[in-house]
Design a protein around this ligand. Structure first.
Ligand code: TLP
Length: 344
């Protein structure tokens, strides 16, 4: 039985075009800057994001850490949402590895952080305090229903950061989903931010890799940070080749994943025992609350798995579903049927 795997868009496997590109990739030693395929990928990523330069990193976690290390000295403070992936799911690497003090501010349900909360979190110059250095945002916001932060909101935060003399980093693991959901260019979404990283290995379906983008000076330092983290790879062109296909061919189809998420959410919400805030389904992530009193999320996950549908339990009564390249409309309808049987 082929399972329908909705646990994450990280489960996507390379397309045939990616395998072909990987098999024939021109490579060289990237630590010498001599891998032509990596160089092409970095140039393309920088161009798409509207930044001067880019760097290929092994993962989203590494890319976020690299950016934090470049922006902050040890002991500096970063203002970050309390539901941010950087704060929640990266093992506290900001503190453990980079020596950065995270100062959380509440994430609103749409993934934003209120401007007043950012300003209130900024330290004054006082011998007791760490120095505020960085604001980290996330777009789309994973734990906030995959909501995209808008161009208008980003502009306000950038203006604020410039006034307060802070840097801005965007964890844009799913920034192409944000752009597709809002029908704007990614470059517009990250205009004037100091750094942004995005994942090739999620909705864009490449097997490995994330890109860090920023100014040429920033990327020069990012290259050093990547090296100390052990992330400088050699003939990485075999991976970058798939990344090029991902960037060129896969961003345009993300709207299909969003449509599938909306269809699935609407169908599941009709079932007694499940509740979804449909207004919040804006990209490829759906959060489902189990309201059928007799079942926990873990039990629902287990029952679904037996019938070939894989999803993640987020907490006692919530499940996360993520649509992606391998989830067809037919799979969406089948998933809704299986949910109906399991909940019923
Ligand atoms: N997110 C994964 C899990 O780690 C939770 C997922 O399945 O959603 N930023 C954001 C916003 C992310 O969602 C993720 C991965 C990362 C960074 C880290 O990327 P990787 O897994 O490449 O280190």
């Amino acid at each position: 039985m082929d399972s329908i795997d909705l646990r994450s868009d990280t489960v996507t496997c390379p397309t045939e075009a990616m395998y072909n590109a990987m098999a024939t990739a021109e490579v060289g030693d990237d630590v010498f800057g001599e891998d032509p395929t990596v160089n092409r990928l970095e140039a393309l990523a920088a161009e798409k994001l509207g930044k001067q330069a880019a760097l290929f990193a092994a993962s989203g976690t590494m890319a976020n850490l690299i950016c934090q290390m470049v922006h902050c000295q040890r002991g500096d403070e970063m203002i970050v949402g309390d539901k941010a992936h950087i704060f929640y799911y990266e093992q506290g690497g900001s503190a453990a590895i980079a020596g950065i003090h995270p100062r959380t501010a509440p994430n609103q349900p749409d993934g934003s952080i209120d401007l007043e909360d950012i300003e209130a979190a900024v330290r004054t110059d006082n011998v007791h305090f760490p120095r505020s250095r960085l604001i980290a945002l996330e777009n789309t916001h994973n734990r906030c229903y995959g909501t995209p932060l808008t161009v208008e909101y980003m502009k306000q935060v950038v203006d604020l950061a410039q006034r307060l003399n802070l840097k801005i980093h965007v964890d844009g693991a799913r920034i192409f989903n944000a752009a597709a959901a809002l029908n704007v260019s990614v470059a517009k979404l990250v205009d004037r931010v100091d750094s942004v990283c995005f994942c090739l290995s999620k909705g864009l379906a490449a097997p490995v890799g994330s890109m860090v983008c920023g100014s040429a000076d920033f990327i020069k330092e990012a290259r050093r940070a990547r090296k100390v983290l052990g992330g400088a790879m050699r003939q990485a062109g075999v991976l970058a080749a798939a990344g090029l296909v991902a960037l060129n061919d896969m961003a345009g189809r993300l709207v299909q994943d969003h449509e599938n998420a909306a269809t699935l959410a609407a169908r599941l919400n009709r079932l007694p025992g499940l509740d979804i805030d449909l207004e919040k389904v804006k990209s490829n992530i759906v959060y489902v609350r189990i309201t059928a009193g007799h079942l926990t999320a873990a039990q629902v996950v287990q029952r679904l798995a037996k019938k070939g549908v894989r999803v993640l339990a987020l907490d006692k009564y919530r499940i996360r579903i993520v649509t992606h390249y391998h989830i067809t409309k037919k799979a969406v309808l089948k998933t809704a049927d299986i949910f109906a049987r399991v909940i019923g």
